[in-house]
Write a protein that binds this ligand. Sequence first.
Ligand code: PGA
Length: 256
Amino acid sequence: MRKALVAGNWKMNGSKEQAEALVKELIEGFSSGSCSLGKQADVAICPPAVYLDRVSGLVAGSDIKLGAQNCSEYCSGAYTGELSAEMLVDLACQYVILGHSERRALFSETDQQVAKKFETAKASGLVPVLCVGETLDERESGKTLDVVSAQINAVIDHLGQSAFDRAVIAYEPVWAIGTGKTASPEQAQEVHKEIRSQVAASNQVVAEKLQILYGGSMNAKNAQSLMAMADIDGGLVGGASLKAEDFLTICQAASR
Ligand code: PGA
């Protein structure tokens, strides 16, 4: 039985005050027992980088783990504006989201660049959460599995057969992100199953342990039916992670 993971991707939202308030509400939710994780689920939040240090202090000792939304493919040096994986580890981050479709589409990140970031993150001890997913055009022209498979292969080609050991994959259909349109549990399961088979083709043991999250308008209402599917091991949650009550409901759904 794989442990579930629910990760909140706050994106570029909120203020220092709002970040603190949200974390406090989440901690309160977990400690009051209104949401109890048990041993079945892990929870992480990924605030904007400037708030990581503050949030890190607040979540220390709680059930909430910390993640970042991106990191550089370089270890250190003259890369103005970038953040290294080591710096994130320094702030007690355990996860880093990589290759999010917004970074691929808006900041021109390539599969190869994402693979390098993945390598650097792992080498620093972070668990990379690799985002993959197709656009609406790609889905409608029957290319979903080709697109997802190419995104995953770029990492396997770069890092070898155990690439996804101590890593997470998030299947996030681009057409479902922030749109309120969710993939149906069956649509998502079909892709998740393929992802696991693809990883199994290079390493069966790694594939069986691999947490594959669904992302794209996951919310308090649809989380349970998505996570009931055999290969959906949790969620990468955007909009709904900014509301404590909704995020706690999703975490609760993952811990059943
Ligand atoms: P959403 O975002 O839940 O707001 O659709 C998910 C994501 O982009 O990770």
